[in-house]
Design a protein around this ligand. Sequence first.
Ligand SMILES: [Ca+2]
Ligand SMILES: [Ca+2]
Length: 213
Amino acid sequence: MRMIPATAVLSLILVAGPAQVRGDGMPSPELSTVSWELGAGQSAILLVVPDGDGPAFTAARDANGAEVDATIRLVLRDGSGFPIAMFPAEDMWIESADQGLVFCAGGGSADHWTDALGSTTWSLPRRAGGHSQTSCRVFVNGLPVTGGINPELHFNSPDINGDLYVNLLDVAAFTRDYYGAYEFRSDLARDAVLNLADVAVMVAYIHIGAGCP
Ligand SMILES: [Ca+2]
Ligand SMILES: [Ca+2]
């Protein structure tokens, strides 16, 4: 059998380029980018409920309470710029920068595995509670994606204290806010004032089972 010279093998590897492959065989997503339906300079707020019964990102609200599409998109690319398809949803997630958004297990994961173009989204309702007015970060394998933007997407929830249950403790916090100075966390029907519309949202989620699934 004719042996292939080592130099030929080496040149083949060099032509193919240095594949950035993790220990589990997945390419390293170092040239990934985050984009946002609203774009840089915009902000929006999304209501989240631990049982996942809140609105989708397509029904987020702007500062005036108008409905806006706040879908977050991620395109995974390896070190050569090629898209990474079939990347597991559970290895891609979002967090608020101050960790004020609290997730049920897996509640921050991407909507689906990356498609053939390396693309996935966050558009489905989240299973989460708590509140945050900081920007949103996208993580892949535990590392923040640095390409693109950090969406200025804020969150609040009838789970006001972020313990992943909607119960009388949250009603107590809501009531304090309602009779005090304006608090973002209790502005559940987003319009920068606390009134009966916010009470209606709070009441709607006070039912057994409004915890994580
Ligand atoms: Ca709670
Ligand atoms: Ca309000």
